[in-house]
Design a protein around this ligand. Sequence first.
Ligand code: HEC
Length: 265
Amino acid sequence: MQIDKRRLFTSSAIPAFVGLAASVTVWSSVQAADQTTTTRHNPAAIAKPQDFQLAASCNPCGPCNPCAAGANYATDCAVPRLAEAAPCHACNPCSPCAGAATPELSHREAAAAFDCIKDDLIAAYGKSGVSLSGKYRGWMRYSTAPYLSDAHGLRYVNNYTNETGRDYGNYEEAGDMAPGTIAVKESFVLSQDGRVGVGPLFIMEKHAPGSFPERRDWSYAMILPNGALQDQAAIQQFCNDCHIIAGDEDDNMMFLPDEYRVGVH
Ligand code: HEC
């Protein structure tokens, strides 16, 4: 069956706040909206994981201060073009910048932003104690520059696999990925006024045949910017519901837009 994955590149199925800390609780709970509101009214709770939110999910003039929202933007990285053009101060919680869509970066800008934030990403993921956090940069990288992934909450991402998963580089011709394959996607966030911050690490691991038939033997996980590992049942279902669309043909792999593929140009 031929599936139009391009469609997924433009879906916003992972809302901007998903993947940020206790997001699983947030999006797996019908009470999500209420919980968020409650915590937002408690200034002492600002640094708690459930408040790691992007500016886009905040009421621009509400008590939610995107600059105080956890570790996401606690870096010195910024995209000069956007910072200079911003009509407001970067850390003004009532900034009119909040609530707008993630800006589009050129390849060069995305590469520069990544260069600035890349050590912060490793430091953040390393807090999880998960060993691949310190290793994946030595793996094969398949994106020529970080690209904007709507499907992963409007974050800029790079794709990697370990050696076992090197067939990924054959993209749609790859066939089934070998058991032991680990595919990861590091991410950073970008505010409307050009601030660059840490986003989650998305992880998929292929297990032995028969391990998880309903997921084509993949397991899914995220490491959040505060180092928390999220791999509970709700995550498995959430990630798989979208990745399964890739079908038997592509073994749950979605790959990346052609213009960013290493080895295609
Ligand atoms: C709405 C659909 C959707 C959801 C939900 C989703 N993904 Fe993805 N995923 C994609 C698409 C599309 C790509 C490739 C392009 C991109 O990055 O946007 C991808 C790529 C990936 C890759 C690189 C391997 C590949 O398939 O090419 C990893 C790793 C990944 N996702 C992990 C996750 C994890 C972990 C979750 C759950 C937290 C998740 N994804 C949820 C759509 C989704």
